[in-house]
Design a protein around this ligand. Structure first.
Ligand SMILES: [Zn+2]
Length: 125
């Protein structure tokens, strides 16, 4: 399921891609009709947590690597001015993956249920 999510495909059946533009996902999988938000409001809050944790973990790993590589004279200015845009860009780049990885993670703990395949309610204007 995680490999399918990293391919921007449905974690359940592998159909896809289930992203329309970089940050948008389709409401339901085109093959198995799994609702990507599982019919829950604010479902993707977990994806935001995944996203921020990954961005911060990447920054921490890069910081540690640069410090170990350049010690005892680390480039503090480069770390400072490179870290800020890195922490802004990384969550944007990882966003579609984090939504689908969150869904895969959730499916591990809460298996599919019939309500996951019900059509989404019509949007009110
Ligand atoms: Zn599917």
């Amino acid at each position: 399921m995680f490999a399918r999510a990293l391919g921007r495909r449905c974690p359940s059946c592998g159909a896809g891609p289930v992203t329309t533009r970089w940050i948008h996902t389709v409401p339901a999988c085109p093959r198995c009709r799994l609702r990507l938000d599982r019919g829950e409001p604010d479902y993707f809050l977990g994806a935001i947590v995944f996203n921020m944790a990954l961005a911060e973990a990447l920054f921490a790993a890069a910081l540690l690597g640069v410090l170990l590589w350049t010690w005892p004279n680390p480039p503090w200015d480069a770390l400072y001015y490179g870290g800020i845009p890195g922490l802004i860009v990384a969550p944007i780049l990882f966003y579609p993956y984090s939504k689908l990885l969150w869904l895969a993670f959730d499916l591990l703990f809460r298996p599919l249920r019939p309500s996951d395949f019900e059509p989404p309610p019509p949007r009110s204007a």
